[in-house]
Design a protein around this ligand. Structure first.
Ligand SMILES: [Zn+2]
Ligand SMILES: [Zn+2]
Ligand SMILES: [Zn+2]
Length: 244
């Protein structure tokens, strides 16, 4: 990031802090200075922070505040339009800056939890067009893309048990391990090497649901450990039409 951008950010944060102080003063709350410390620390980070992470950042600066106080400060920051609360699937509540007149969307890694931001004017315009086609006036939207980040993707083994594949992924069966009993059961379900599956639902525990040839199959986790798969292209999945 260039020096200029950093300075701009510093100035923006300073303005926001002063703006926040004025609003707090009209609010007639107690501990204004402590509240400013919390919000200032929040404004300094560019991350999407949980309350716990924010408390950690405060602690690094030598401030020890109880979680309830930090939570309360952050709700005020949300109400006053300085922060926004984000709930990404499978993650605790996070807070991020709410800069006036700016908007971005998110990519979330379902393996390591990494959150990346993106801005795409074409995507924004497309959403406007979709809304107006339906007679909607778009006021706000959420665009979240879940998947594997480039690092997690690179670390991924080429062959892994089906039990470790992620919801939404397309995989091809490479091998079935385990005894004859398991093999026979799987073959009776049509699960044999070379078959392409869609992981419909895998929340990391209990059964998982896969689709083979346009029908859903529930598999116990133990059985899913025995099916070795590799990632496949989504295009390899059959196109499933609703029964006429
Ligand atoms: Zn957007
Ligand atoms: Zn990742
Ligand atoms: Zn963000």
């Amino acid at each position: 990031m260039s020096q200029k951008n950093n300075n701009d950010k510093g100035r923006l944060n300073y303005q926001e802090k002063e703006n926040f102080r004025r609003l707090l003063e009209t609010d007639k709350v107690d501990r204004v200075e402590d509240r400013l410390k919390v919000v200032d620390t929040f404004l300094e980070t560019e991350k999407h922070v949980t309350l716990e992470e924010l408390q950690g950042l405060l602690r690094q600066k030598g401030y020890e505040f109880d979680p309830e106080f930090v939570r309360h400060c952050m709700s005020r920051a949300v109400d006053l339009g300085f922060a926004q609360r984000k709930t990404f699937e499978g993650q605790p509540v996070r807070y991020e800056h709410r800069h006036l007149g700016r908007h971005h969307d998110h990519l979330i890694c379902t393996k390591c939890g990494k959150i990346e931001e993106f801005e795409d004017p074409e995507m924004e315009a497309l959403q406007q067009r979709i809304a107006s086609r339906h007679g909607f006036q778009m006021l706000q939207h959420k665009m979240e893309i879940y998947g594997l980040c480039s690092l997690c993707l690179a670390q991924r083994k080429p062959v892994l048990p089906l039990a470790m594949a992620k919801t939404g992924e397309a995989v091809v069966i490479k091998e079935i391990t385990g005894g004859m009993g398991a093999k026979e059961r799987l073959i009776s379900l049509g699960l044999r090497p070379g078959e392409v599956l869609e992981v419909v639902s895998n929340n990391g525990e209990g059964r998982l649901i896969v689709a083979r040839d346009c029908s859903r199959i529930a598999l116990g986790r133990g059985l899913a450990q025995k099916i070795m798969v590799s990632p496949a292209e989504k295009q390899a999945l059959p196109e499933c039409k609703d029964p006429a």
